[in-house]
Each structure stands twice: as structure tokens, then as C-alpha cells.
Design a protein around this ligand. Structure first.
Ligand SMILES: Nc1ncnc2c1ncn2[C@@H]1O[C@H](COP(=O)(O)OP(=O)(O)OP(=O)(O)O)[C@@H](O)[C@H]1O
Ligand SMILES: [Mg+2]
Length: 255
């Protein structure tokens, strides 16, 4: 039986999608059977993975609306062990109301996650920023949660909210495990960035911030723009190495 790992953060733009894509690709490269699900109606996973074909325009929102079945929304990728469910047609529509309602109220969300788990997938879930109804629902259906935190001044300000949200999710889903906080976009050699990283580690409870952190690199930006995970496009890049280390660390924990 596979496990579900949600990637969540209070703030936008902290590297959730980059983490989801690279972690999923790194786990798949080491032979783990992975299903990456994009629950963010912005639908960035599709672009980050370069899935531009018409086929990837249907996805989660279409499954939730009942117009498509699971086998019609699970897509293959260039990696044999990596399958993807993109956000679907919601990412091209002006309003997200129907999707938000379907995802947070319909039993099909939990059903999709459970069916994937039964098929032996480790499910990696990218989410929209904040603790809205989508993230609530995802956390209710997950066994693990990872919180990327961008290494910038005031980084800690939003951390209390997300930790409170995860604690609230634990009351209805006691099986949920917080895997930790992943520092992202750290700038080695930049004293301000190093100061923030040190401060965050000192202020948060011991062991909460993961040992590995993801540096800000030009290759990460290039890879995202080119529609490829940096772990595949530039495996020697320090950000790629960090994501491989994260995959190694989590692989054991995800079973
Ligand atoms: N390690 C990194 N080095 C350099 N740039 C990065 C790195 N990680 C992410 N970025 C860039 O930062 C921006 C935000 O990243 P990303 O889209 O992954 O964040 P997000 O948390 O998913 O955002 P949103 O909340 O909008 O969904 C992107 O342009 C991405 O290419
Ligand atoms: Mg994103």
C-alpha cells in the first residue's frame, strides 16, 4: 500500500511545485512508483514537466467533475516510474468555484488517492498556497506532509500559521506525519541568506527543519522554464543534489 505526501505552504512562490516535481522525479529515478497529482488550479506541474500536449489538459478537475475516469487522467511521462495527474481543464477556466467545491466536498478526492495507494503508488501532491479548502482536503487524505520554506527575511512569519493548520489537520487525521520544513532558495555565500537559515533553525523546534536545504541556482530556473525537473536536466547542479538527498531521506519514510 502506497503513501500520500502533501507539499504545502502558507505563502505562495516558495518552491512547492519545484519541490513536488523534483522529489517525484528523483524518487521515480530510484525506482519508486510515483504518482504526482497537481491540486493547484493554476496547474503549474504540467508546465514544470513540459507536458504540453492536448491530452494533459484533462486531469484532476475533470476526474472530480465525473466527466473522466482515473485511467483517462493518469498520464505517463519520460520516466517509466513517474505518472502524473495534471490539474486539468480548471487551469484554463476563469473561475475555480466548481473545482474547489468538487475537491473539498466530493468523495472522489479521497477515492482517487486511495485507489492510487492500492495500486502501490507513492502519491506526491502539489497544492495551492495557503490553508484553504483544497489544502484542508488534501491534508485529510494524506499520511505525510512536507513544508517548503523560502529562505528570506521574515521567513518565520507565516510558519506559525502553517504549523497551526497542520496541527488542526491532525485532530481529524491523526495518522498525518509532519516530515519537516525544507529550506528552499538558500543562497550559500550570501550572509543575509545564511543568517536567515541559521535563525530559522534556531527558532524552530529541534529536528523540525530538515538537514538538507535547496540552494537557489540558475539551473533550477532554466529547468523550470524548459519544462524539466532540474534533477534530470542538470543532475550535478547543487539544487538537483539537494532534491536527490531529500528523495533518499524520504524514500525510507514513505515505505
Ligand atoms: N532552488 C531554486 N533556485 C532558483 N529558483 C527557484 C528554486 N526553486 C524555485 N525557484 C523559482 O521560484 C519560483 C517559484 O517556485 P514554485 O513555482 O516552485 O513555487 P510555488 O510555491 O509552487 O508557487 P505557487 O505558490 O505560486 O504555486 C519559480 O520561478 C521557480 O522557478
Ligand atoms: Mg506551485
Amino acid at each position: 500500500m502506497g503513501q500520500v505526501l502533501a507539499i504545502v505552504s502558507q505563502k505562495g512562490g516558495v518552491g512547492k511545485t519545484t519541490t513536488a516535481i523534483n522529489l517525484a522525479a528523483a524518487l521515480a529515478r530510484r525506482g519508486n512508483k510515483i504518482l504526482l497529482i497537481d491540486t493547484d488550479p493554476q496547474g503549474s506541474v504540467r508546465f514544470g514537466l513540459g507536458l504540453s500536449g492536448a491530452a494533459t489538459r484533462v486531469g484532476l478537475s475533470d476526474y472530480l467533475a465525473g466527466t473522466h475516469q482515473m485511467n483517462e487522467v493518469v498520464r505517463t511521462t519520460s520516466l517509466p516510474w513517474l505518472r502524473v495527474v495534471s490539474a486539468g481543464s480548471v487551469s484554463e477556466s476563469v473561475t475555480h468555484d466548481r473545482y474547489m467545491r468538487d475537491l473539498s466536498e466530493s468523495s472522489r478526492t479521497a477515492e482517487l488517492f486511495e485507489r492510487a495507494r492500492h495500486r502501490g503508488y507513492t502519491v506526491v501532491v502539489d497544492t495551492p498556497p495557503g490553508l484553504g479548502p483544497v489544502v484542508h482536503r488534501v491534508l485529510a487524505c494524506s499520511q505525510h506532509v512536507l513544508v517548503p520554506l523560502q529562505c528570506e527575511p521574515l521567513a518565520l512569519q507565516t510558519t506559525t500559521q502553517i504549523l497551526r493548520g497542520i496541527r488542526a489537520a491532525l485532530t481529524t487525521n491523526p495518522g498525518l506525519v509532519l516530515e519537516g520544513i525544507l529550506l528552499t532558495m538558500v543562497e550559500p555565500g550570501n550572509p543575509a541568506s545564511e543568517r536567515v537559515a541559521k535563525y530559522v533553525r534556531e527558532q524552530l523546534p529541534h529536528g523540525l527543519v530538515l538537514d538538507m536545504s535547496v540552494p537557489r541556482t540558475a539551473a533550477s530556473i532554466d529547468a523550470f522554464a524548459a519544462g524539466q525537473p532540474v534533477v534530470l536536466r542538470a543532475p550535478d547542479d547543487p539544487a538537483a543534489q539537494a532534491y536527490r538527498a531529500l528523495a533518499e531521506h524520504l524514500a525510507g519514510r514513505l515505505g
